[in-house]
Write a protein of this length. Structure first.
Length: 586
RNA sequence: GCCGACUUAGCUCAACUGGUAGAGCAAUGCCCUCGUAACGCAUAGGUUAGUAGUUCAAGUCUACUAGUCGGCACCA
């Protein structure tokens, strides 16, 4: 999907279109006051204050119509430069513009304004020459947005739109938006019976149906095997813990508002655990460790509960209970670089297995100004941030540095996966932590017999299994590779009377090999049953008629194709096992 | 949590400005025994998310509650 921000021409055009939108709003709602109207990856928006007047999606066509009208008039867009003092005078009745102007640096003696017909807006520019150039646009949605992105401020109304330089590109983009809806994991999850929710159970608490749990178990088995091969040991710990545990770890101070309220039982207070680090710290603390034992790698598919804001919940991507593919790696300071690299290697190895090719790395750093959020130890932070930088540079993968995105205890590397259509999802992560081991007094005995504090790496390849399933459903449009498919193959005798016995024979053959196979010998036309197998996105459909019965062969077609291939039973078994083993994407 | 919209049968959706819920698919039964995306016929299925209210009359109007969706804020 196009990124408007990265295209200079479209970026200017969209920015001008935001002004056009503001002008149209001013015509239709003269009392409107304007905040800012920037370009974003998906087009542009403008934040407006309309007092008590509420704009809904139904009002958008009328605004668009007014925009078209202004565009037809074809006024030039004229730049004007004035001093800060003049600007303050000129916009004195507009509190929002005054706010913007007064925050501008005194050294910026020149402030620019753009005027098109009866509308003037404060703006750095640049813009297109005339509003006539703005023809191929669409207003997409409205929503509330806090003034200055701060939830403590009042809410303005935000109107989103997008603009192209020709009608075909606009149509194409709108089609892509429609396609994105079709591959939404919430829609696919319902259609393919992956998961459900129930109002009575509670929102954000998904329940995996038999199909979904098959996907879940396959992913769990897969990642645990990968981890075992990298020397991880898996543990099982309780999904709740004493409040004191989180006070010790420091999580309580930072996140108590998003923990499910503590419950008091026999003088002890418990919370449902929002993360597994403290439990794993205690597992490390269970014994004495020598420098020879490190790295120690403790992994768990661990259930966590977080009291996410209701508005943040989304399918199985953002929920109130989920299972992290979590692990904590305890290393000596010298081992940090190597171990960090092994984690990145594991992540990339898994992506290769799963055919994931579109992703970007983000290095999340602390904001040095924010002394409240981050653990106060500049030396530690610098050291940690540099270690990660070095690993990334050594591996040679490009990454973006994100200031102020680190966890309170340390910097982290996040991997953003980009589905072919739709929003980016953060899945894999690797975080460096010098802080928790100290808070829990964790030690190892070094070569010289002295006690040292280990460093911890927190990491997750799938993030949460839940979120990964959401991502992979969208990525594959619900056509899961054979190894993950709830039903791997479906068998259809052409006639339920004539080949039922042979269909049963093939069914038993595959079932004996632990292939998830189903027999559809219903009294329906082949076309009817075939249509159903396509709707269910079953990767392999086996069709058995008199010819196959006669020759003891298997004819199959793959999802989305029309060709039929005929193999002997042995050949077919080898073929399907190979697909499963290689995790081939359909 | 905030702003806004939405919620009708298992699913997808209808029902003009208020007049007492309807279709396709799925399900069930019969028929058909069929070679690559829907054979035909019949049956059953709904206190229109919930609660209160306005009205002679509420799916439709109002209020509240719950959930969903689009954003904002949040995301260890």
């Amino acid at each position: 999907m196009i990124n408007i921000k990265e295209n200079e021409k479209l970026s200017i055009m969209n920015h001008s279109c935001a002004h056009l939108l503001a002008q149209a709003i001013k015509h239709l709602y003269p009392e409107a006051k304007f905040w800012v109207g920037p370009v974003i990856e998906e087009g542009f928006y403008y934040d407006v204050d309309l007092g008590d007047k509420v704009i809904t999606e139904e009002d958008l066509p009328a605004i668009e119509k007014e925009m078209k009208k202004i565009s037809k008039d074809g006024k030039r867009i004229v730049r004007e430069e004035i001093t800060k003092k003049e600007a303050l005078e000129r916009f004195k009745d507009d509190p929002y513009k005054i706010d913007l102007i007064s925050r501008m640096d005194e050294k910026d003696t020149v402030i620019s304004m753009y005027t098109q017909g009866d509308f003037t807006d404060l703006c750095r520019g640049p813009h297109v020459d005339t509003v006539k150039e703005l023809k191929h646009f669409k207003l997409l949605k409205v929503s509330g947005a806090y003034w200055k992105n701060d939830a403590k401020n009042k809410m303005l109304q935000r109107i989103y739109g997008i603009c192209f330089d020709n009608e075909e590109d606009l149509e194409k983009h709108l089609q892509e938006l429609a396609d994105a809806k079709l591959r939404d994991h919430r829609k696919l999850g319902k259609e393919l019976e992956i998961f459900m929710t129930s109002d009575l159970v509670g929102k954000g608490l998904p329940m995996y149906l038999p199909n979904g749990y098959i996907v879940w178990q396959e992913l769990e088995n897969y990642i645990k095997e990968k981890e075992r091969k990298q020397g991880y040991k898996h543990v099982l710990t309780p999904p709740l813990g004493n409040v004191e545990l989180y006070k010790t770890s420091g999580h309580w101070d930072h996140y108590k508002d998003s923990m499910f309220p503590a419950m008091k039982v026999e003088d002890e207070e418990f919370v449902l655990r929002p993360m597994n680090c403290p439990h794993h710290m205690m597992i490390y603390a269970n014994g004495i460790h020598s420098y020879r034992d490190l790295p120690i790698r403790i992994g768990e598919i661990a259930r966590d509960c977080r009291f996410e804001a209701s508005g943040a919940l989304k399918g199985i991507e953002r929920v109130r209970t989920f299972c992290q593919n979590d692990a904590h790696l305890f290393v000596t300071p010298e081992q940090i670089g190597d171990e960090f690299k092994r984690v990145v290697d594991l992540i990339l190895d898994c992506y290769k297995d799963l055919g994931i090719t579109d992703y970007e790395f983000e290095l999340s750093l602390r904001d040095k100004e924010d002394t409240e959020k981050y653990y106060p130890d500049d030396e530690m932070w610098d050291k940690a941030e540099n270690v990660i930088r070095k690993v990334l540079d050594d591996i040679g993968i490009p990454y973006k540095e994100m200031i102020g995105e680190a966890a309170f205890y340390g910097p982290k590397l996040d991997v953003q996966l980009k589905p072919a259509v739709g929003n980016k999802i953060t899945v894999s992560t690797c975080q460096l932590d010098f802080c928790l081991p100290m808070r829990f007094d964790l030690t190892y005995v070094d070569r010289d017999g002295s006690k040292k504090t280990p460093v911890v790496l927190h990491r997750a390849v799938f993030g949460s299994i839940d979120r990964f399933i959401a991502y992979y459903l969208e990525e594959t449009k619900g056509v899961l590779p054979v190894w993950l498919a709830p039903i791997q193959a479906i068998i259809m005798p052409v006639s339920s009377e004539h080949q039922a016995d042979y269909a049963k024979e093939v069914n038993d053959l595959l079932a004996k090999e632990d292939i998830r196979v189903e027999l559809d010998a219903r009294n329906e036309k082949l076309g009817y049953r075939l249509r159903e197998s396509q709707i269910k996105k079953i990767p392999i459909t086996i069709i058995l008629g008199d010819q196959e019965k006669e020759n003891k062969t298997i004819s199959y077609r793959l999802f989305g194709t029309k060709e039929t291939t005929t193999l002997s039973q042995e050949e077919f078994l080898k073929y399907i096992k190979d697909l499963i083993k290689k995790r081939t994407r359909m």
